[in-house]
Design a protein around this ligand. Structure first.
Ligand SMILES: Nc1nc2c(ncn2[C@@H]2O[C@H](COP(=O)(O)OP(=O)(O)OP(=O)(O)O)[C@@H](O)[C@H]2O)c(=O)[nH]1
Ligand SMILES: [Mg+2]
Length: 225
């Protein structure tokens, strides 16, 4: 079972992009389940999605990459046993860390007979709010960018050319190897690209031996500030 996470800060366009991507995957014949993690008030996303005939689960009460990783793993195990989707699209909360989510997803292997694979980690960065993101939540957005395989400069229909350029530069600086693409849910730009990558490519499994390296990087960064 392949897990495809679409990360990004609050309001970065995750749900909007997710719906378009799911549509593309369903058209290609995939059996899709959706898991939405809502840390705030009850959202209507899951109900909206279910109304479109897809299997959707909403998990609330904390972040699925850490606080409630166990219930996320449980949900994945149950989805596997009851519905057996080939791809599970996950919308983490806006504050989730991609690696934590990979690890939490792999916990489901202890709960049932399932093998977890990961699609490339997608992070959306809202170009129309790039200044605010850098000013207010730089550390978090940085982590989401560093741990992504594909970074989408999102809402390119709304952002100015300067904002788009600034977003690209910021992403490149934080993650020199990331695949940087443009996306707009309004014009559909970038959606097929994401569908293709989710369908055909893979991201590494969570690797505990990398944890020390990661902490060291985090430490060096803080020490350098
Ligand atoms: N112009 C424009 N607006 C967009 C685009 N994608 C999303 N939006 C708008 O941005 C707002 C937030 O989009 P959501 O898809 O709800 O974002 P989200 O990341 O799921 O938000 P949370 O789940 O609250 O963190 C909504 O008003 C969307 O209509 C886009 O490509 N272009
Ligand atoms: Mg959302």
């Amino acid at each position: 079972m392949k897990i495809a996470q679409i990360a990004g800060f609050l309001g970065s366009g995750k749900t909007t992009a997710l719906m378009k991507i799911v549509d593309g995957l369903v058209k290609r014949g995939h059996k899709i389940a959706i898991v939405v993690n809502d840390v705030g008030d009850i959202s209507v996303d899951a109900r909206f999605i279910e109304a479109h005939g897809l299997k959707a689960k909403e998990i609330s009460g904390g972040c699925i990459c850490c606080q409630i990783a166990g219930s996320f793993a449980e949900t994945l195990a149950k989805l596997h046993d009851s519905f057996d989707p080939d791809i599970v699209i996950v919308e983490p909360s806006g504050v989730a860390i991609p690696w934590g989510l990979k690890r939490a997803a792999e916990y489901s292997e202890a709960k049932t007979v399932v093998h977890i694979e990961h699609a490339p980690v997608i992070t959306l960065v809202d170009a129309s709010r790039i200044d605010l993101l850098i000013r207010a939540v730089k550390r978090l957005v940085e982590t989401q960018i560093r741990e992504a395989d594909i970074c989408f400069v999102n809402k390119v229909d709304l952002a100015t050319p300067e904002q788009i350029k600034k977003t690209e530069d910021f992403i490149r600086e934080m993650n020199p190897t990331a695949d940087i693409q443009h996306m707009s849910a309004n014009t559909g730009e970038g959606v097929e690209y994401a569908v293709d990558k989710i369908e055909k490519e893979f991201s590494a499994r969570y690797d505990e031996s990398m944890e020390e390296f990661r902490l060291q990087q985090e430490y060096n960064k803080q020490a350098g500030e």
